[in-house]
Ligand binder design. Sequence first.
Ligand SMILES: C[S@@+](CC[C@H](N)C(=O)[O-])C[C@H]1O[C@@H](n2cnc3c(N)ncnc32)[C@H](O)[C@@H]1O
Length: 244
Amino acid sequence: MRFHVLTLFPRMFDSPLSGGVIERARASGLLGIQIHDIRDHSQDRRRTVDDYPFGGGPGMLMKPAPLFEAVEAVMAAIPGGAAPVVLLSPQGKRLTQRVAEEMAQQDHLVLVCGRYEGVDERVRQHLATDEISIGDYVLSGGELAAMVVIEAVARLVPGVVGSCESALSDSFTTGLLEHPQYTRPAEFRGWQVPEILLSGNHGQIARWRRRESLRRTYERRPDLLESAPLTGEDREFIESLRRL
Ligand SMILES: C[S@@+](CC[C@H](N)C(=O)[O-])C[C@H]1O[C@@H](n2cnc3c(N)ncnc32)[C@H](O)[C@@H]1O
């Protein structure tokens, strides 16, 4: 999968994308992340990319021309010449695991980072195919949001995370929060790992994990239970929690 990021601050991407699974996947060629400086597409010698809003008001807006030209240059280099253009925006669709899963199906994804008071509306209307928000708060720019999208999507690309299974059991992928996890030692400062996990009985361990996953979701994010795929046994267990 290839990410193409358009930003006014290319250097912000240097260190967050050089570590852990992302770095490994880039080195192996599974992932490509190309950072493009929007200023390279400004149309004057001062490399201007912003201007005052028509009608007045505080702050500056990103001009449409450098953004359109930057996206067009990226598209020209993509085989087939087409890919989703995602504008990072607090007004966009909220990033969830489902949205990340959909994005992970793409071969190429163009991520456009806004700055200042945002972008000229024609960028939303005629350039972006999607608008994504990473939450109901306002950042100063789309760069950190783009990095969040890259990290969330990249780990869903087959082969990026060492064991496929670990991504499959992540919180939200199953529709539930993940069950508690423990590693060695079995006793730490007097706190014991649940006995069942040491039993070697895989059937019982799987059942315990499912129940703890349901319990945790019921306690912390009951809203998820409304759309999670649940068996009859799951529902009975949740009912027993409600009766407590
Ligand atoms: C200061 S914000 C502009 C906010 C804009 N005036 C508004 O009220 O919608 C500058 C840029 O940061 C990015 N940004 C801010 N908050 C974000 C969020 N929650 N999710 C994704 N991008 C965000 C967007 O790219 C945005 O264009």
